[in-house]
Design a protein around this ligand. Structure first.
Ligand code: ADE
Length: 235
């Protein structure tokens, strides 16, 4: 049976999944914990990458090389930077870019050197499944937890996610980052710190990759507070 890997950065982003695992057993490798087991009759391995692109890339490589993962799904939180991408919404990635990649003038800004591309697309079939699951999950969650006072109806978005090795916590910084990307035709909905690295590793191994992120903050000066509350209480 093929093994699906489900990767998150932090324990708070993974905890809900761990409880669902049948026959769980933990393997420690390369400074990471890998939980192997079954979920809905499928072999799965759950892993925590820790934070940042290097940590995510090494964890993804271990999942493939040592645990035989045949596809990887990333699940976690992100900062919303797209118009109308609000806290509590869900972003399903269509593709990823590294917002801190800049080898210009040798290569065009955002292009990953020697790959000839800046965007790393997600797998269409896996992404369609995530979109359906996210819509169903949000409909269920809204029925149960919706804040009656705000009346805000949470949304599922699909689009580009930008990854980089910094926590974006300033509105002007976020706007500058989005502006700069848009000049290259890149229009991110959300920022986080791992996805593009995993997308690149999966591209190297020709394996399907997909990602779903719940929006924990708006990448503004409140971001660190919103992020901490969100991962504790919601993620
Ligand atoms: N993950 C969640 N929120 C984030 C933010 N504001 N910047 C980077 N990564 C994040």
């Amino acid at each position: 049976m093929t093994t699906i890997a489900i990767l998150s950065a932090l324990l708070d982003e993974q905890r809900g999944l761990l409880g669902e695992l049948s026959n769980p057993h933990k393997v420690r490798r390369g400074g990471r914990d890998f939980w192997c087991g079954q979920w809905h009759g499928r072999d799965v391995v759950l892993a925590l990458s820790k934070i940042g692109k290097v940590a995510a890339a090494t964890t993804a490589t271990t999942l493939i090389e040592s645990f035989g993962a045949k596809s990887i799904v990333f699940t976690g939180v992100a900062g919303g930077v797209g118009v109308g991408v609000n806290v509590g919404d869900v972003v399903v990635a269509s593709d990823f870019v590294q917002h801190d990649m800049d080898a210009s003038p040798l290569f065009s800004r955002y292009e990953v050197p020697l790959y000839g591309r800046s965007r790393f697309p997600c797998d269409a079939a896996l992404t369609a499944i995530l979109l359906e699951a996210a819509n169903e999950g949000l409909t269920w969650a809204c029925g149960h937890f919706e804040d009656e006072r705000s009346g805000y109806r949470r949304k599922v978005h699909q689009g580009l996610i930008a990854s980089g090795d910094r926590f974006v916590s300033d509105l002007a910084d976020a706007a500058g980052l989005v502006d700069a990307l848009q000049q290259f035709g890149l229009n991110p909905l959300a920022v986080e710190m791992e996805g593009a690295a995993v997308a690149q590793v999966c591209h190297d191994y020709a394996l399907p990759f997909a990602a779903v992120r719940t929006v924990s903050d708006r990448a503004d000066s409140q971001a660190h507070v919103d992020f901490s509350e969100f991962v504790n209480q919601v993620a």
